[in-house]
Design a protein around this ligand. Structure first.
Ligand code: ADP
Length: 192
């Protein structure tokens, strides 16, 4: 089973591209953002706690998201691969994921990072906030905080997988299909 992380700052297009990739490759899509929003919608205890972090543009604690991923991985079988979207977001999350996969004699096969300039991210997230109603996309200070948290806590994950020879940068601007083709080309020529 192949394990591919779709990486990038908030607004880079991970969710959009992950959906296209799973359609094309028959992989499974795991988005911690979607899993958390589902918990919030169901008003579970986990969801109620997570909402406070999400609305402030902060990260939900590592144990919470690592636990969600562990559950999903245990349920899983018979898929050719998994696309991780929004996970890992910290080095402890990356280490936990590596350990979970190592115990199955598997590993992360590629981290594809979507590269998008800062101004473009702000523009995309503001537009998304106007239509999606996502509380973390409607306030500029929250958006800026999420990008800052990405730079500080999430971006160092690139170096971790770069050192293992598994980092593939991809230009994240242009139209949606163009970007999708770039990702598929990298996956088909370098990963599977
Ligand atoms: P974005 O488009 O901003 O990347 P996501 O849907 O991936 O949005 O995540 C929305 C919010 O959910 C994040 O800002 C964060 O608060 C929380 N979240 C999602 N995934 C994680 C994770 N792996 N670790 C901690 N918090 C997370």
């Amino acid at each position: 089973m192949k394990h591919i992380i779709l990486f990038g700052p908030p607004g880079a297009g991970k969710g959009t591209q992950a959906a296209l990739l799973v359609d094309h490759l028959g992989f499974l899509h795991i988005s911690t953002g979607d899993l958390l929003r589902a918990e919030i919608a169901k008003r579970t205890e986990l969801g109620i706690r997570a909402a406070e972090f999400i609305d402030a543009g902060e990260l939900v604690p590592d144990e919470t998201v690592i636990g969600m991923i562990r559950n999903r991985l245990q349920e899983m079988c018979m898929v050719p691969g998994i696309i991780y979207d929004g996970f890992p977001r910290t080095l402890p999350q990356a280490n936990a994921l590596d350990a979970m996969l190592a115990s199955r004699q598997e590993q992360i096969d590629g981290l594809l990072s979507l590269e998008v300039p800062h101004e473009e991210l702000i523009k995309r997230l503001t537009i998304r906030g106007e239509t999606s109603g996502r509380s973390d996309d409607t306030d500029l200070a929250t958006i800026e905080n999420r990008i800052e948290v990405y730079e500080k806590k999430t971006k160092p994950i690139i170096d971790h997988y770069e050192a293992l020879g598994h980092h593939y940068p991809v230009v994240g601007t242009g139209n949606i299909d163009e970007i999708s083709e770039r990702l598929i080309t990298v996956i088909k020529t370098r990963i599977i």
